[in-house]
Design a protein around this ligand. Structure first.
Ligand code: ADP
Ligand code: MG
Length: 241
């Protein structure tokens, strides 16, 4: 298990957002997280890479216990890549420079090596020909693919995606999902929060249905999408399918 979460809680003041999340993610597994807006999906991901401090419980990622004060959180963040709904690329840097930045700054990789790696990663997301343009010249789907390449540049063990396609025009969703699907094929361990149910069904090894701060249902896509015994899941799927 590369991610182990036990009884994770997160409060914002009096608001209990995560009310005891327990789950594991195996190496090379793709877990898709679905659920209504406000159910705590983003908070869960943000706890996994310590953008939010957990209120209680335990998270162990790739052997790092996040609640252990001796754990080097920056090291954990290097191993856990994250892609957000909004592709916050650096506007004054070219596509390639965006991808080169973190390995050079954080990992002290040489410019030359970072450039070489960056071009390989841009090729992987189908954007090698955009290396020298600025983000403003890209479509939303292209920007998001650069954001994925940028996260991959740190050679992460795990990738977290928080609704990577929900800010995109419908015709651009497919190209981003295709890149994520390819990563799955290559064996990248991933947790993907998504509203794309067909993608979740096809690519997810496991589905987590979150509702009101808990995991309401969890299992193989065929189980979760075929499950009519859980009222809240049935109601959610009725709205999104
Ligand atoms: P989801 O991603 O499933 O839509 P979120 O994790 O974003 O849900 O939010 C869960 C709940 O936590 C919501 O009620 C939201 O308003 C609240 N919340 C999220 N972030 C914060 C924050 N930084 N401060 C206070 N409340 C927050
Ligand atoms: Mg969210």
């Amino acid at each position: 298990m590369i991610i182990q979460v036990s009884d994770l809680t997160k409060n914002y003041g009096d608001l209990k957002v995560l009310k005891g999340i327990t789950t594991q993610v195996a190496e090379k597994e793709v877990v898709c997280v679905i659920g209504p807006s406000g159910s705590g999906k983003s908070t869960f991901l943000r706890c996994l890479n310590q953008l939010e401090e957990m209120s209680g419980g335990r998270i162990v990622i790739n052997g790092h216990d996040l609640s252990d004060p001796k754990t080097d959180i920056n090291k954990v963040r290097e191993e856990v890549g994250m892609v957000f709904q909004r592709f916050n690329l650096f506007p004054h840097k070219t596509v390639l420079e965006n991808v080169m930045l973190a390995p050079v700054k954080v990992k002290k990789m040489s410019q030359e090596e970072a450039r070489k790696q960056g071009l390989v990663l841009l090729q992987k997301v189908g954007l090698q020909d955009k290396a020298d343009v600025y983000p403003e010249r890209l479509s939303g789907g292209q920007m998001q693919r650069v954001a994925i390449a940028r996260a991959l540049a740190m050679n992460p063990k795990v990738m977290l995606f928080d609704e990577p396609t929900s800010a995109l025009d419908p015709e651009l969703v497919g190209e981003v999902l295709a890149v994520i699907k390819n990563l799955a094929k290559e064996g990248m361990t991933m947790v993907v929060v998504t509203h794309e149910m067909n993608f979740a069904k096809e690519v997810g090894d496991r589905i987590i249905f979150m509702d009101q701060g808990i995991i309401m249902a969890e299992g193989h896509p065929s189980e979760v999408f075929g499950n009519s015994s859980n009222d809240r899941l049935r109601s959610f799927l009725g709205k999104v399918l």
